[in-house]
Write a protein that binds this ligand. Structure first.
Ligand code: NAP
Ligand code: MG
Length: 414
């Protein structure tokens, strides 16, 4: 099908880009669901013969299907390899009444992660005019957080009185290993944590694969000098897998795997220029991702991709459904919600689909749409959240819809 380019000089025509394999499309909730539709209508379907397998993960439909739709969407992702997901509501008590839910359904992201067994990589979208608080951060720092075990699956005891605490492991055959933790002379506290070689290995593989994919160095850090068995095992597993499966590939790609102590890593990150992946244990990742993302500017400028150890990808925005804006929207009030992270979720997924299917057009489209998005902001046209933090002067604050339209106008000029 031939189509005249809007805003062109009248002589420019282009064919819509074809797709061979569908993307798994997971629709979501509230304000991000509104943006989702606008992005598709204004920025995608005019240029691409968009092929998707659509799953409605909006809370209403999750409830109607007893959450089966979430599971189905994750299985489809395994089948096709690439998904793009809109933000979704994780139900709480208030949502039970608001949506008249049959059950307090689990977090869709948790369900999907459990099926795909992946690691989440979060990357800030860097644009001129939104400067990171850390002056020397010239390129994005991608944070990879291990999402299993440690303090998040702990067992705790409040010790009431004097006594002896022991760590006991009973093997299947009944043999026991025993270590004294502490001889308490009075009240205190105790905590038991664990992880598994399997989970750490798949975390390591996801990180190595993602580093190769994005051609960036990989940093990993733990406290192995103090935790000689627990943290040291993380270090050892990463090193073994690197030496056996990835060393040659890293050298060929001209990238580096760098291990250091967590405190050294934190110090180096603050002095670094960026442009690398920082893999963190569960707790370190929880804490450091908040630091890195807020120092880069805004949650609305952060993308997130779940990468499974067998190379399946699910792209999304790092923020939620922006509920407060949605309620304004429902009342007919104007909103200025930032769609950048959601647009980048789409471009990430389309680029990966293009890469897997050998479609240069699809990859080039993704690059061009990202460029148009950033250029629009750099020209001073942005949503309110960015206008509040930008270093640019004379900015135009646009509403949700007009911001997306401006991106399209910029796109047409590229
Ligand atoms: P949120 O949706 O991320 O929004 C929190 C606040 O951050 C907003 O009220 C807004 O601030 C600002 N904000 C976030 N994204 C923005 C954007 N794109 N443009 C402009 N401002 C933005 O978090 P929440 O309000 O805590 O959660 C709402 C729902 O999202 C919850 O039901 C939660 O379960 C869900 N959630 C889903 C995901 C996911 O699917 N991955 C992740 C997190 C949360 P102002 O109001 O000050 O403008
Ligand atoms: Mg946190």
């Amino acid at each position: 099908m031939r189509r005249r380019l809007r805003g062109g000089k009248g002589e420019k025509y282009m064919d819509k880009i074809k797709m061979t394999t569908p993307l798994v499309e997971m629709d979501g909730d509230e304000m991000t669901r509104i943006l989702w539709k606008m992005i598709k209508e204004e920025l995608l379907t005019p240029y691409i013969d968009l092929k998707t397998e659509y799953y409605d993960l909006g809370l209403k439909h999750r409830n109607e299907t007893d959450d089966q739709v979430t599971e189905d969407s994750a299985k489809a992702t395994k089948k096709y390899g690439v998904a793009v997901k809109c933000a979704t509501i994780t139900p709480n008590a208030a949502r039970m009444t608001e949506y008249n839910l049959k059950e307090m359904w689990k977090s869709p992201n948790g369900t999907i992660r459990a099926i795909l067994d992946g690691t989440v990589f979060r990357t800030p979208i860097v644009v001129k005019g939104i400067e990171p608080c850390v002056k020397n951060w010239e390129k994005p720092i991608t944070l990879a957080r291990h999402a299993y075990g440690d303090v998040y699956k702990n067992t705790e005891i409040k010790v009431p009185c004097a006594g002896k605490a022991e760590l006991v492991f009973t093997a299947k055959d009944g043999t026991q290993t025993r270590e004294t933790i502490h001889e308490f002379s009075g009240p205190g506290i105790l905590q038991g944590i664990h992880n598994t070689d399997k989970s750490v290995s798949s975390f390591a593989k996801s990180c190595f694969n993602y580093a190769l994919d994005t051609r960036q160095d990989l940093w990993f850090a733990t406290k192995d000098t103090i935790s000689k068995k627990y943290d040291h095992t993380f270090k050892d597993i990463f090193q073994e897998i690197y030496d056996e499966e990835y060393k040659d590939k890293f050298e060929a790609a001209g990238i580096e795997y760098f291990y250091t102590l967590i405190d050294d890593a934190v110090a180096r990150v603050m002095k670094a220029r960026g442009g690398f992946i920082w893999a963190c244990k569960n707790y370190d990742g929880d804490v450091m991702s908040d630091m890195v993302s807020s120092a880069f500017g805004s949650l609305a400028m952060m993308t997130s991709v779940l990468v499974s150890p067998d190379g399946v990808y699910e792209y999304e925005a790092a923020h939620g459904t922006v509920q407060r804006h949605y309620y304004k929207h429902l009342k007919g009030e104007e909103t200025s919600t930032n769609s950048v992270a959601t647009i980048f979720a789409w471009t990430g997924a389309l680029r990966k689909r293009g890469e897997l299917d050998g479609s240069k057009e699809l990859m080039a489209f993704a690059d061009k749409l990202e460029k148009a998005t950033l250029q629009t902001i750099e020209e001073g046209k942005m949503t309110k959240d960015l206008a509040l933090i930008t270093s640019l002067e004379d900015v135009t604050v646009l509403n949700s819809e007009n911001f997306i339209r401006e991106i399209r106008n910029t796109f047409e000029t590229l």
